[in-house]
Design a protein around this ligand. Structure first.
Ligand code: 1GP
Length: 266
């Protein structure tokens, strides 16, 4: 696999979708089945992580199971005469709660600063702890500014975020500019897993207008219409977590994700 950051940044084909798998919520086998359903539906990245109860063991086992499953999907896709190499590239990316939940088998890691945290641990502390591991394991770091908006959920609480309110467009724009000035390659607007309201469209637009980085949006997105509103406002990547975990039946999950991805593309 080439550079994951290059892959994430090239937005030629329009906005894309990724699922978030939380190793604390499912066995590696279930995670692998869900990842396969997502790949068949057209998702382009699998994020693995959660805000609590993840550790080296459950994260690594989940990453390995997903990668093995995706190899089968790759093989099947490569047999299809109409496929391109782009179709084959679904990176499995760590989205860690901290330095204690990593795996050397990941294709990349969102190496992020929770920019509106009030705790130095999430601004630079965990990054310093995790960097030697990331370097030794040779995992590609994806430098990312991560900003938590209201309602924020568990990520907001655990990360001690000074949440962005829906009207704070100038504040978001300033964070996006700061992220770009710091050299980050992506900017993530988070409403918190299971959020009742997703990130406000005006906030997404403010970030879009303020920087050239790929903008990732997640939290509370459960249907195609909400996903479409986010991409219309400027999101390049839509992340869904809970939606993926709502379906145990793989065929049903694939159908739901296919519909959501169709909305993202329109
Ligand atoms: C990832 O927190 C999101 O950024 C996932 O949110 O679980 O609400 O989709 P959901």
């Amino acid at each position: 696999m080439g550079s994951v950051l290059d892959f994430l940044s090239h937005t030629r084909e329009g906005p894309r979708h990724a699922i978030l798998i939380d190793p604390a919520d499912q066995t590696p086998e279930v995670a692998a089945n869900r990842a396969m359903a997502a790949a068949h539906a057209g998702s382009k990245m699998i994020l693995v992580g959660g805000s609590s109860d993840t550790d080296m063991e459950n994260v690594h086992a989940t990453i390995v199971a997903i990668k093995e499953a995706l190899e089968l999907v790759d093989w099947a896709t490569s047999q299809d005469a109409g496929s391109s190499s782009e179709d084959l590239q679904i990176p499995v990316v760590l989205f860690p709660q901290g330095a204690a939940s990593l795996s050397p088998s990941a294709d990349a890691i969102t190496f992020m600063m929770l920019m509106n945290s009030t705790d130095p641990r999430f601004l630079i502390g965990e990054q310093v702890k995790g960097a030697p591991y990331v370097r030794k394991a040779g995992i590609e770091p994806l430098p990312m500014g991560y900003l938590i908006c209201e309602p924020g959920g568990k990520a907001g609480q655990v990360g001690k975020a000074d949440l962005i309110r829906p009207g704070e467009t100038e504040r978001v724009a300033a964070y996006a500019m700061a992220a770009e000035c710091l050299g980050f390659g992506m900017f993530y607007l988070e409403a918190g897993s299971g959020a009742k309201n997703p990130v406000n469209a005006n906030l997404i637009k403010a970030a879009r207008d303020a920087c050239d980085m790929p903008i990732v949006v997640g939290g509370g997105i459960r249907d195609g219409k909400t996903a479409h509103q986010a991409t219309q406002a400027g999101a390049d990547w839509i992340i869904t977590g809970n939606l993926t975990e709502d379906f145990d039946e793989v065929g049903q999950l694939q159908t739901v994700l296919t519909d959501l991805i169709n909305h993202i593309r329109t």
